[in-house]
Design a protein around this ligand. Structure first.
Ligand SMILES: [Zn+2]
Length: 280
């Protein structure tokens, strides 16, 4: 949960909370302050079986920006389910906007001499296809961003798309929303990792983010039997539903606040029909 930027009164125990001393909970447009004592905490780990007891792979990118259709992958971390990790930089040959360099610290000088995008993207696509063929679950925090960008990059370089329809994704961003129904506020990887006591030492380093996202996925499974039970195929169905619910909640607010709308059907990849206009 984010800290409160204004002083207020705890929603639960009504104690006075100074600016920065409490946490924010609630939904877009409907925020409440809670004191640290009353701040929600996750349930303990259970002994149940579930997909969280199977080895999962994990993927994360650092990129030039926030548009998955036009921005570019600059670094990647592909953590294998068998400890076979593949991390690297890409010399994308494009300017790196200062705003994104400020996030991940990657500069054109650091990327000079790294593999060309076509080679690196081909390697990533092959790796993803390998997971699909073995039906290994892939953890991606906010998959709708990273996977949509990967699909756009594969198209950009004229490569063969993985068999996306058969990819099993565990998206801790979506699962966390499904558990909390968004009530704990905006939850980036750093927020969810802190909530589940998962170490995230070098945020916005692709390998560190991918490791933390996978550990968060395991914690979600360990601590929430209702989420962990069932196959990864059934989790895919539930995640699609949660993503749609989240988008519809957001859209209800966004229409009143003149903000951009989300596509309820845009998980784990944005819909091609919505995205196909861009690349000509
Ligand atoms: Zn309180």
């Amino acid at each position: 949960m984010r800290v409160n930027k204004h002083p207020g009164t705890c929603l639960e125990c009504e104690v006075e909370v100074l600016m920065g001393d409490g946490r924010l909970i609630g939904l877009p447009g409907e925020w409440y302050i809670v004191c640290v004592t009353c701040s929600p905490a996750p349930p303990p780990r259970g002994e149940h079986d579930g997909w969280h007891r199977t080895p999962l792979a994990s993927l994360d990118f650092e990129t030039t920006g926030v548009d998955p259709l036009t921005d570019r992958v600059l670094s990647f971390a592909l953590l294998g389910d068998r400890g076979d990790d593949l991390c690297g930089l890409i010399d994308a040959g494009v300017d790196i906007p200062p705003a994104s360099a400020a996030v991940h610290g990657l500069t054109a000088e650091m990327l000079a001499g790294a593999p060309a995008p076509r080679d690196a993207i081909a390697e990533i696509a092959t790796w993803v296809q390998g997971l699909i063929e073995r039906q290994v679950g892939l953890v991606v925090f906010n998959a709708a961003y990273d996977l949509t960008m990967l699909r756009a990059e594969i198209r950009r370089w004229g490569l063969v798309q993985p068999d996306w329809d058969r990819l099993l994704v565990v998206d801790p961003f979506v699962v966390d929303w499904g558990i909390e129904r968004g009530w704990l506020g905006p939850r980036g990887l750093g927020d969810v990792a802190a909530y589940y006591d998962v170490v995230l030492d070098h945020a916005h380093d692709a390998a560190a983010d991918a490791r933390a996202a996978r550990e968060v996925a395991y914690e979600l499974g360990r601590r929430h039997p209702a989420v962990a039970t069932g196959t990864l195929e059934s989790l895919m169905v539930r995640q699609r539903g949660w993503f749609a619910d989240r988008a519809e909640d957001w859209n209800a607010y966004a229409r009143t606040a003149d903000r951009g709308l989300d596509d309820p059907l845009g998980w784990p990849l944005a819909r091609p029909a919505v995205t196909s206009a861009q690349t000509a």
